[in-house]
Write a protein that binds this ligand. Structure first.
Ligand SMILES: NC(=O)c1ccc[n+]([C@@H]2O[C@H](COP(=O)([O-])OP(=O)(O)OC[C@H]3O[C@@H](n4cnc5c(N)ncnc54)[C@H](OP(=O)(O)O)[C@@H]3O)[C@@H](O)[C@H]2O)c1
Length: 214
C-alpha cells in the first residue's frame, strides 16, 4: 500500500505552523518568512525555483525528501489561498501557472469548484470530503505512488487525528510565535502511535520525524 506523508512542515517552538492574520500580502500572517528561512536557503528550494546554489547540509537532506515517490497532494483551503479566495472565480493558488506540485492536487474546501488543469502536470481538484475519502481519491489518482499531505496545520492535524499519516517530517524552528494556528492541539498521546526521532542541525532547526507504529 502506498504511504501518506508530510514533509517540511515548519512549526515554531510553541507549535504554530502559521501566524495570525493570513492575507494576500502575508501568506503566513505575522510569522512572515521566519518559519521557512531554513528551507529557502537549501539547494532543494533553489532548484524548485530554477536557481542554482543553496546549502547542501543536513537541512537540505531533509528538504529533498519532499517530492520523490509522491503521486498526489492533498492540501487545505487555507494553504491554497488567502481568506476569501473562494469568492474569486479566477483564483488559481499562490504558485502561478506552473505550480510546484506536478501531480493531481486535491484542495479540501466546503465550497468546491470545477477542476483546473495547470502547466507542468498539476491539476487542481476541489473536494468536500472526509479525510479518509480524500486519501482514497488521492491514492487512486497517485496510481500506486505516495500521497503528500501538504498542510496547513488544520488539515495535517485532522489527518493525524484519524490515523491516516504514515510518515511526517516536522521542522521545529527556534522562534516563538505566540499566536496563529497550532499543529498539536487535540493530539494528546500522539507519541504512542509514532516512533519520533529528533535531529538538530547547525542552523538551529530540530527536525522531527514521525513514523507510524503499524
Ligand atoms: N508551516 C508550514 O510548513 C506550512 C505548510 C503549509 C501551509 N502553511 C500555512 O498554513 C496556513 C493554512 O493553514 P490552516 O490550518 O489555516 O488551513 P488549512 O489546513 O490549509 O485548511 C483548512 C481549511 O480547509 C477546508 N477543509 C479542511 N478539511 C476539510 C474537509 N474535510 N472538507 C472540506 N473542507 C475542508 C476548510 O476550509 P473552508 O471551510 O473555508 O472550505 C478549513 O478551514 C497558511 O497560512 C499557509 O501559508 C504552513
Amino acid at each position: 500500500m502506498s504511504e501518506v506523508r508530510v514533509h517540511n512542515l515548519s512549526i515554531s517552538l510553541d507549535g504554530f505552523a502559521t501566524g495570525e492574520g493570513q492575507a494576500l500580502e502575508a501568506p503566513f500572517g505575522h510569522a512572515g518568512e521566519r518559519l521557512h528561512e531554513w528551507l529557502v536557503g537549501t539547494r532543494f528550494f533553489h532548484a524548485e525555483d530554477n536557481l542554482s546554489g543553496g546549502t547542501q547540509g543536513a537541512d537540505n537532506g531533509f528538504a529533498v525528501q519532499h517530492n520523490p515517490g509522491i503521486g498526489a497532494e492533498i492540501m487545505g483551503a487555507g494553504k491554497f489561498g488567502p481568506p476569501g479566495w473562494q469568492d474569486d472565480p479566477d483564483w488559481k493558488g499562490w504558485w502561478g501557472p506552473n505550480p510546484p506540485f506536478h501531480t493531481p492536487t486535491f484542495i479540501l474546501t466546503h465550497r468546491p469548484r470545477p477542476s483546473i488543469e495547470m502547466e507542468g502536470g498539476t491539476t487542481y481538484h476541489f473536494l468536500d470530503a472526509t479525510p479518509a475519502e480524500a486519501v482514497a481519491q488521492a491514492r487512486e489518482a497517485a496510481a500506486g505512488a505516495d500521497v503528500r499531505i501538504g498542510g496547513g496545520p488544520t488539515v495535517v492535524r485532522d489527518f493525524l487525528a484519524e490515523g491516516l499519516i504514515d510518515y511526517m517530517h516536522v521542522a521545529q524552528v527556534p522562534i516563538l510565535l505566540g499566536r496563529g494556528v497550532r499543529l498539536w492541539d487535540g493530539l494528546e498521546s500522539l507519541e504512542q502511535t509514532y516512533t519520533i526521532e529528533p535531529v538538530s542541525t547547525p542552523t538551529g532547526i530540530t527536525h522531527l520525524t514521525f513514523t507510524a507504529k503499524r
